[in-house]
Design a protein around this ligand. Structure first.
Ligand SMILES: Nc1nc2c(ncn2[C@@H]2O[C@H](COP(=O)(O)OP(=O)(O)O)[C@@H](O)[C@H]2O)c(=O)[nH]1
Ligand SMILES: [Mg+2]
Length: 258
């Protein structure tokens, strides 16, 4: 948690102060060299309205932002490029799992030491990153997974909460990793952990697949409380609660056929 960051990693400059923190503690900013060694990977599909702002907020502190535009028919790729991201494109829509794999492979090929996956729709908070990357930089763990259920900072709509809890139960049965939030798109991991990821489930079921692969790597992991913003925009275009069944089905089929 940001409150427990040691001062060695804390270097507050005036620009950092304006970045804000998601809780009431003082803003915590990672040293520049850690931020420079970090690549932020964003899978984006039809996010022209939000991607520019998301990339700009990240780029204010993190120079390496990679957006994988997954064959969006709108201006997602242009908006991301204008905001300063490195943009990779799938010419047809292949799904978030495939797009993340493209971005992770690219980041690793370009020497990233710390990798972060971040959503394109503005639901994640840049201020949560130090708490996720800090433990990696300090060598405490190789994997930090964001959770919206560790404390009360996320205000989750009622039905979404039920679906997410069901996903956690499902993941407890199918995977051995004990998590409080199985489908949070905000994760940070070291290069070592990244090299062990090979996502084969192209669509949303990759969220369970990545957890399995992390677990099987035997690397140390930790959950970190993060904020998820439920804006009108994200709720209108996000995954429908009913899509959860399809995700579970895809995941099981993926397991049975592998
Ligand atoms: N690359 C890619 N990204 C997608 C696709 N569908 C959704 N996303 C991205 O995945 C992230 C989470 O998707 P979203 O629909 O908001 O899921 P939710 O937050 O769980 O409701 C967002 O950044 C989306 O832009 C897709 O088909 N391809
Ligand atoms: Mg979303």
């Amino acid at each position: 948690m940001s409150t427990s960051e040691p001062t060695a990693l804390t270097q507050t400059t005036p620009a950092d102060l304006t970045a804000g923190a998601s809780d009431t503690s003082a803003p915590v900013v990672l040293p520049l060299d850690v931020r420079e060694r970090t690549a932020i990977v964003i899978a984006a599909f039809r996010e022209a309205r939000s991607i520019g702002l998301v990339v700009r907020e990240l780029r204010a502190l993190y120079p390496r932002v990679i957006v994988v535009d997954d064959g969006s028919p709108d201006a997602t790729a242009d908006e991301a490029a204008k905001a300063g991201a490195t943009v990779l494109r799938h010419f047809v829509n292949r799904g978030q799992g495939a797009a993340l794999q493209t971005g992770i492979s690219y980041a690793l090929a370009h020497g990233a030491e710390f990798l972060v996956t971040f959503d394109a729709d503005g639901q994640h908070d840049v201020a949560d990153l130090p708490a996720l990357i800090g433990p990696l930089a300090r060598g405490e763990v190789d994997i930090c997974l964001g959770s919206r259920f560790l404390d009360r900072r996320a205000e989750i709509p009622f039905f979404r909460r039920i679906v997410l809890k069901a996903a956690v139960l499902f993941t407890r049965v199918t995977s051995r990793m004990r998590l409080t939030d199985a489908h949070n798109g905000l994760r940070a991991f070291t290069r070592k952990a990244g090299l062990g990821i090979g996502l084969q489930l192209d669509r949303m079921a990759h969220a369970s697949e990545i957890v399995d692969q992390f677990y099987r790597s035997g690397l140390r992991y930790r959950e970190v409380p993060v904020r998820i913003r439920y804006t009108a925009y994200s709720l209108a275009k996000g995954q429908r609660n009913s899509a959860a069944l399809k995700v579970a089905f895809d995941y099981l089929i993926g397991r049975l056929t592998r």
